[in-house]
Design a protein around this ligand. Structure first.
Ligand code: DAH
Length: 343
């Protein structure tokens, strides 16, 4: 037994002297102190074969050896840690230091237009509207005729656009989705439609050949202008603040009758008059009205039974007012420094 213990100690000293890494250290620890099959456990298992006085003597000796090995391993662990730190400080460590805190990743940011679209659609969803989308490449029929804009009518110019082949075009507003939806869905209808629209406008600080709109459409039995005012009133207060006032100015849109443009109290000067509202105290934010019977008809809905209201707003304008942005081109420059400011 004595020989055995001496041999284990000798062998351990040899192994310990060769430890060069945390992995080596762990392997040596398991070889000698491993609970199941370590050298120490093995010699403990030999004890029952000894006579009683021997048992006590060697039991103690084994424990002493175990303690010695444990201490030596702990000391080795400390040495390795010190070596690691010194290597790091001197820059001699191979490979990257995985213990350093990471550099924050440069991920993108949500675009201000996406934020505003999400917010506005969210407000309407709270009031029971569903969010729908429609195609950006439209036919002349849906962009004009179905919306009560006849071929020779002067109002067509206001919705002029880019023409493609086969009587297709880039939609100049989101209103075509009104008729597309009515064709496939029976009333009650209650949708909002965000999306891109196109106009052949020269680009400047307030114009872009591509911009975004949100369309709204609600159709049911007995819907009146009062419902339109109620829904838009809640919307304006939620988006611009509880004190926001609204006014309806009579206007002409071919697809609604009567039609109105809706203004809110200037969010910059609260209605006192400033350069943004051109001293009027009001800001125009959307067009609206009662859906024209011809439009209901195009959608396959009987205007003797059903009535409804519609509205459409430009997102860039609202986002510019909300965030105090003075040039529409900033939205489309794709400059991350600009985009990061809003989310
Ligand atoms: N489509 C119109 C535009 O692009 C906006 C609009 C006005 C939509 C009145 C409507 C509406 O649904 O009722 O200028």
């Amino acid at each position: 037994m004595q020989d055995k213990l001496v041999q284990i100690e000798k062998e351990f000293e040899q192994d310990a002297a060769q430890i060069a890494s945390v992995e080596n250290l762990e392997a040596v620890r398991i070889k000698y102190l491993g609970r199941k099959d370590g050298e120490i456990t093995r010699v403990f298992k030999l004890l029952p074969q000894l006579a009683v006085p021997e048992k006590a003597r060697f039991g103690q000796k084994i424990n002493e050896l175990k303690e010695k090995i444990s201490q030596r391993i702990e000391q080795k662990a400390k040495e390795l840690e010190t070596q690691r730190k010194q290597a790091l400080l001197s820059g001699a460590a191979a490979g990257p230091d995985t213990s350093l805190p990471s550099i924050k990743g440069r991920i993108g940011a949500e675009h201000p237009l996406a934020i505003v679209i999400e917010e506005i659609c969210g407000l309407f969803v709270e009031m029971g509207f569903r969010v729908m989308e429609g195609p950006e490449i439209e036919t002349e029929y849906y962009n004009f005729e179905a919306l009560n804009i006849p071929l020779e009518h002067p109002s067509r110019e206001a919705f002029d656009t880019f023409y493609l082949e086969n009587r297709c075009l880039l939609r100049s507003h989101t209103s075509p989705v009104q008729v597309r939806f009515m064709e496939n869905n029976k009333p009650p209808v209650q949708i909002v439609v965000p999306g891109r629209v196109y106009r052949p406008d020269a680009t400047d600080a307030s114009h872009s050949y591509m911009f975004h709109q949100i369309e709204g459409l609600l159709i049911d039995k007995g819907i009146t202008f009062a419902h339109l005012k109620g829904v838009l009133g809640v919307f304006a207060k939620k988006l611009f603040g509880e004190k926001t006032q609204m006014r309806f100015r009579p206007h002409f849109f071919p697809f609604t009758e009567p039609s109105a443009e809706v203004d809110v109290t200037c969010i910059i000067c609260s209605g006192k008059g400033c350069s943004v509202c051109k001293q009027s105290g009001w800001l125009e934010i959307l067009g609206s009205g009662m859906v024209h019977p011809n439009v209901l008809k195009a959608g396959g809905i009987d205007s003797k039974i059903y009535s409804g209201f519609a509205f459409g707003m430009g997102i860039e304008r609202i986002a510019m007012l909300k965030y105090g942005i003075d040039d529409i081109r900033l939205f489309f420059d794709n400059d991350i420094r600009f985009i990061r400011q809003f989310s």
